[in-house]
Design a protein around this ligand. Structure first.
Ligand code: ADP
Ligand code: ZN
Length: 519
């Protein structure tokens, strides 16, 4: 049906009177216009672009209730608070709510603009009955990538949404996500029954974020350096609760700044208090697991550091996207180690067969980002289907172009040595064999008699460790359970000479823009 032109005028009026904004931002207006016209839509917009507005605003204009599907109760309650603060009639139906009866009565009576529910509701017959007896204006599906196995956060319950929504075919659908590569987008459209013409993709570039990715020598030291250059609020992501605690302590002890911890193992009150303190502060650093950040709206975060690799490029983009939402310069710094990739590749083996390929592809894409000698931003944006300029001028590699070397020959020597020694020895042993330094263990095993003994000269020897890391990131070398090295799936092509290997040479001390301090 054609849109009532007055409706869009009313939407613009509400934008000011209810939300207090002068104008739409980016492609919000397009999305709102489609929704107001009853057209199903997939909005792909980066974190901070203002996705919530694109359903909250129509919800205040259209007759009936906008049903919002959201994967996290905490997120829903944040949204609920801010919607109610704007005077919007909103409610949640979650396991954490006590006022179900009132909410259901209000819903049936058409007295709600927004109703937030978890995806689990979709498969409950009573819930379908409730929808059938209530006026609906819109289905809004937040974090829509959860519907796709290609996405990084698959939630089987999202698959039940399609049959539910199909039962109310006259109600338009608005799917929202910040993170979706081309494959995932196509899947979201198919899984939620949205036409391809209904996709609105906002630009992913965050030009004020400076991306830096470097090898981790000492996470604490490197982040202390980062904090010295960034006096404002920051987020430090660490992979485990234990590392979060340790890092928070080290950082606060060495910098004298307030550093708080945040992870799922802390009592709920402490977590909430730390989060609130961080949001209100102008200088607090929060050290956290990835549990932190969803739904947090703090515009002036000046840096986001990763003390280990994130789960994927999508996760990296989302987590770093919490920096610099105010548009002022911000830093995103990732510190990686070969062990991060080795562990992640090991975990692939524990996944069900059908998910392994997708996860492996994701890990390879992340390794490519870490390993590239080219522009980080260009790689990120290409990953999201954009066609960016070759150089951004605001990432480590653009600011300080690294030296790249063809290391195929040394890589083959290293892989051969791993193979010839039986794929069970650690890097130290392999290094001794290759450089011809025979200790007792080398001699006892007869490794001084191997053809690879002593084939790496002094000038190449210094590259062995970084090459080993690079090969691990690429899956050509994998760590065994006992700390040894074995050949990975990508090794044969290199050994057979079918694939050459280029590597960014590690910076020589003092030549880097940042963190290159002499000890
Ligand atoms: P997303 O869900 O896309 O990450 P949010 O919906 O949380 O983003 O919005 C991010 C921030 O942008 C919020 O502080 C919100 O109030 C603000 N915002 C949204 N739309 C506008 C607008 N048109 N003008 C100014 N600020 C806006
Ligand atoms: Zn760049």
């Amino acid at each position: 049906d054609a849109m009532n032109p007055d409706a869009m005028n009313e939407a613009r009026a509400h934008l000011r009177s209810i939300f207090g904004f002068d104008d739409f931002r980016g492609r919000q207006s397009e999305v709102v216009e489609r929704v107001m016209g009853g057209k199903s839509t997939l909005a792909v917009m980066p974190t901070g672009a203002g996705k919530s507005l694109t359903y909250q605003l129509p919800a205040t204009v259209l007759d009936g209730t906008c049903l919002v599907v959201s994967p996290l109760i905490a997120l829903m309650h944040d949204q609920l608070r801010s919607a109610r603060a704007n005077g919007i009639r909103a409610a949640t139906l979650t396991s954490a709510d006590a006022d179900w009866r009132e909410t259901m009565d209000a819903f049936r009576a058409g007295q709600l603009d927004l109703l937030y529910v978890a995806p689990e509701r979709a498969s409950q017959p009573q819930f379908r009955d409730l929808l059938a007896s209530s006026p609906l204006s819109l289905f809004a599906i937040d974090e829509a990538h959860c519907v796709s196995e290609w996405g990084h956060d698959f939630r089987p319950d999202y698959r039940q949404l399609r049959p539910l929504m199909d039962a109310f075919a006259h109600v338009p659908r608005l799917a929202l996500t910040a993170t979706a590569d081309e494959h995932t987008r196509a899947d979201i459209l198919a899984q939620l029954g949205i036409p391809a013409s209904g996709m609105v993709i906002a630009g992913f570039d965050r030009p004020n974020i400076r991306y830096t990715i470097r090898h981790r020598d000492s996470a604490a030291k490197q982040i202390i350096g980062l904090m010295a250059e960034n006096p404002g609020p920051g987020i430090v992501y660490a992979p485990t609760r234990r590392k979060v605690e340790a890092l928070a302590q080290q950082l606060s002890a060495s910098t004298g700044r307030k550093v708080l911890a945040y992870h799922a193992g802390l009592p709920a009150e402490e977590r909430a208090a730390n989060q609130a303190a961080f949001v209100a502060s102008e200088d607090i650093v929060i050290c956290a697991t990835i549990a932190f950040g969803m739904g947090i709206d703090k515009p002036d975060v000046r840096f986001v550091a990763h003390a280990g690799i994130p789960k994927s490029i999508e996760a990296y983009y989302q987590e770093t996207g919490r920096a610099g939402r105010d548009g002022d310069p911000a830093n995103a710094v990732m510190l990686w180690g070969a062990g991060d990739f080795a562990q992640a590749r090991q975990r692939l083996g524990e996944l069900p067969e059908d998910r392994r390929t997708g996860e492996r592809t994701r890990l390879d894409a992340l390794a490519a980002l870490v390993e590239t000698s080219g522009c980080r931003r260009a790689l990120l944006l290409r990953h999201f289907g954009e066609n960016p300029p070759e150089n951004c001028g605001n990432c480590d590699n653009c600011l300080n172009p690294p030296k790249v070397a063809d290391i195929t020959q040394v890589a083959r020597k290293l892989l051969s040595a791993v193979y010839r020694t039986g794929q069970s020895f650690g890097f130290g042993h392999i290094q001794k064999v290759l450089t011809g330094s025979a200790d007792d263990r080398v001699r006892q095993r007869g490794h001084d008699q191997l053809s690879v003994f002593g084939i790496v000269g002094a000038d190449e020897a210094a590259l062995l460790q970084p090459i080993s890391r690079a090969l691990q990131a690429r899956g050509a070398l994998v760590a065994t359970d006992h700390g040894g090295l074995a050949l990975g799936g990508n090794a044969p092509a290199i050994l057979k000479g079918e694939q050459s290997v280029e590597m960014v040479l590690p910076p020589t001390r003092g030549s880097t823009a940042k963190g290159g301090r002499k000890r």
